[in-house]
Structures are given as structure tokens and as C-alpha cells.
Design a protein around this ligand. Structure first.
Ligand SMILES: [Zn+2]
Length: 332
């Protein structure tokens, strides 16, 4: 495949702290050779592992963005053994707009991997992350929350992996992050995500879910800040051992299949029966879907298809047919 057209003013081989930009081509009506600038921070010192921490993959998820901004301001070369690469607003145009999807090409950046150097803005950027940044990495963590539409219990997330050694290393890193939940999940469409691409490259990698609703949750921010430093300690980039949160060690859970999701069968307004974090039973009411176009029709009752913990709940009131309104987790 062709080389990336993305350039940068940071030198990844140089020791010390560098604050620079990725320059990504963006041709416009009034600027054919226009570019978008994406902030990047590299802190390197001596021989050691490389870890890439990313946030702002989706622009409406804030705990990770603020955590990496804090790290970018405070992490000093003397603290580090190896190299830390930070992208606090990886998909900067979506971050600046406070949106999940790209305001440039309309794509979900986390469905653009492994990317394409001849593709759209998001595909070009994804190809750079995959072909230039990931090959340098021993560890990667992509910080997400639930965004405008969902609210999710704070969790470090990995996929179920075929290689038992990689699964063990992934769970160890997730436990080190130290969120209340370590989650092994099946997603609706994991293939084109950054996490799946890092896994394909044999990198020990995680994503996360750290709240949602399009807000910055202060309690989840504390979890994220502790977690980011914990994974740096776990990787051996920072000294010391990971700190356990006040809720104790992470509870290992799983979402084994899509039967643990409740999907809306129709457009409408979602009225949930339970708050996020409730223990729910298979067959119990999950809530009601109100059909605004027809006052004569009863609201549609929906039931849970599995026992477990209400891990993810619809946050926005309005839903469309096919949207998940609840996701149930069980202990691993
Ligand atoms: Zn996200």
C-alpha cells in the first residue's frame, strides 16, 4: 500500500518531551492544499516499551480527552522509561465539533481501520495511525465513553481473543487500569475499530467505556486519570505498581453475544424500567417504547433476554428502530 500523506513535526526517535501536530490533508473549495492539524505529544527517555494512549476517537466522549490533556501537560521525560505517545484529540475535527461522527466525511472514525491512504479524511488518518504509530507500540489504549447516545458503567474493555497468552496479557492490563469493571465484550461491529486493528498487529490493547451522555462525569474522570497512569505503570513506562480504586479490584465481566443486547424494534421514545447498574432478570421488563405517531397504539414493552448487570443504557430519549437500549453483562 502507498505511504501515508500525513506528516508530523515530532521526531519519534528523539528523547525528551515534544508537543507537535499531525498534518492531515483536507482539500476544500477555498484551499486545495489545505490541512487539518491534530495535536500529538511524545515523551521519551532511554530504552523501554512504547505505549500509545488515544482519546477523542469520538468527539463527544470527554473523560479520556481530559485525562490525556492532563498527562500531556504533566508527564516529564525524567518520569518515563521508554516512550509515551499521546493523542488527546485523535479525530480532532469531531472533538472540536463535540460530535461522534466526522464533520468532514460523515464517518465514524472507529469504523475506518485499517484505513486507506487514498481514502476519505478519516480513512487517511486511520491508515497513518495503523501503519506509522501502531508498529512502534508494545501497548495501546483507546479511551472511550458512551457518547451522546449511551451511558455505560466505567470499564476497561478488551475483545475475546483466540490466543490464550494475548487474552491473559489483555486482561492483566485491564485489571491494572483498575476501573470498577474489566469487560470482555462482543461488539455489534468490532472489525474496523482501532482496538481490533491493534489486536491484529499483536499489540496488547484495550479500549474503555467511562460514562457517557455527552457530559464529563467527574467520578469517571478520576477513574480514567488513575487508570491511565496505572497502565503506564503496568507497561513499565512509569515506576511503581498500579493503584487500586476505592471500590477494590476490577470485577471481570463479559458480554458474550448479541442476545445480551435489547434492540428497539421501532422508532420512538425509550422509557427504561431500571437505572444503569441495576441487576436484572431474563424475561423482566426492560422498559417501554412510546410511538409518537399513533396515540391509539400501546407503548411496546421490551424484555431482557438475559440475567445480569445493566451495564449500558440508552441515554438519549429518542431512539430509532435497531438502536440498542440496554446491554446486559454477566460475570466472566
Ligand atoms: Zn467511542
Amino acid at each position: 500500500m502507498a505511504a501515508s500523506p500525513v506528516s508530523t513535526d515530532v521526531d519519534f526517535s528523539k528523547p525528551g518531551r515534544q508537543v507537535g501536530r499531525l498534518r492531515v490533508p483536507r482539500s476544500r473549495d477555498d484551499s486545495g492544499w489545505g490541512t487539518e492539524l491534530i495535536p500529538i505529544v511524545v515523551v521519551a527517555n532511554g530504552e523501554g516499551p512504547t505505549i500509545l494512549l488515544t482519546a477523542g476517537n469520538h468527539g463527544d466522549e470527554y473523560e479520556g480527552q481530559v485525562t490525556l490533556l492532563d498527562l500531556a501537560r504533566t508527564l516529564q521525560p525524567g518520569d518515563v522509561t521508554g516512550r509515551v505517545i499521546l493523542l488527546p484529540a485523535m479525530h480532532y475535527p469531531a472533538c472540536a465539533a463535540g460530535k461522534r461522527l466526522s464533520p468532514i466525511d460523515g464517518k465514524d472514525f472507529n469504523r475506518c481501520f485499517p484505513g486507506d491512504p487514498f481514502g476519505t479524511f478519516g480513512q487517511v488518518l486511520a491508515h497513518y495511525v495503523d501503519s506509522v504509530l501502531l508498529p512502534m507500540c508494545d501497548f495501546q489504549m483507546d479511551l472511550h465513553s458512551g457518547g451522546t447516545g449511551m451511558d455505560i458503567l466505567p470499564s476497561a474493555c478488551g475483545h475475546a481473543l483466540d490466543d490464550p497468552e494475548m487474552m491473559r496479557r489483555t486482561l492483566d492490563m485491564a485489571d491494572a487500569f483498575g476501573a470498577p469493571i474489566t469487560m470482555v465484550l462482543v461488539e455489534v461491529n468490532a472489525g474496523p475499530t482501532l482496538l481490533a486493528q491493534a489486536e491484529r498487529r499483536g499489540i496488547v490493547a484495550l479500549s474503555s467505556e467511562l460514562g457517557g451522555g455527552g457530559r464529563l462525569n467527574p467520578e469517571n474522570l478520576v477513574i480514567t486519570q488513575r487508570g491511565a497512569r496505572n497502565v503506564l505503570r503496568h507497561a513499565g513506562v512509569l515506576t511503581g505498581t498500579p493503584q487500586v480504586g476505592p471500590y477494590g479490584p476490577s470485577r471481570r465481566m463479559t458480554i458474550p453475544d448479541l442476545a445480551h443486547y435489547v434492540f428497539a424494534p421501532h422508532d420512538g421514545i425509550w422509557e427504561a424500567a431500571d437505572p444503569l447498574g441495576a441487576m436484572v432478570a431474563k424475561g423482566a421488563p426492560a422498559g417501554r417504547l412510546h410511538l409518537t405517531e399513533d396515540p391509539d397504539r400501546h407503548a411496546i414493552p421490551l424484555n431482557y433476554a438475559a440475567d445480569g448487570l445493566l451495564w449500558c443504557a440508552r441515554f438519549a430519549g429518542r431512539v430509532r428502530a435497531g438502536d440498542p437500549v440496554a446491554v446486559i453483562a454477566r460475570d466472566l
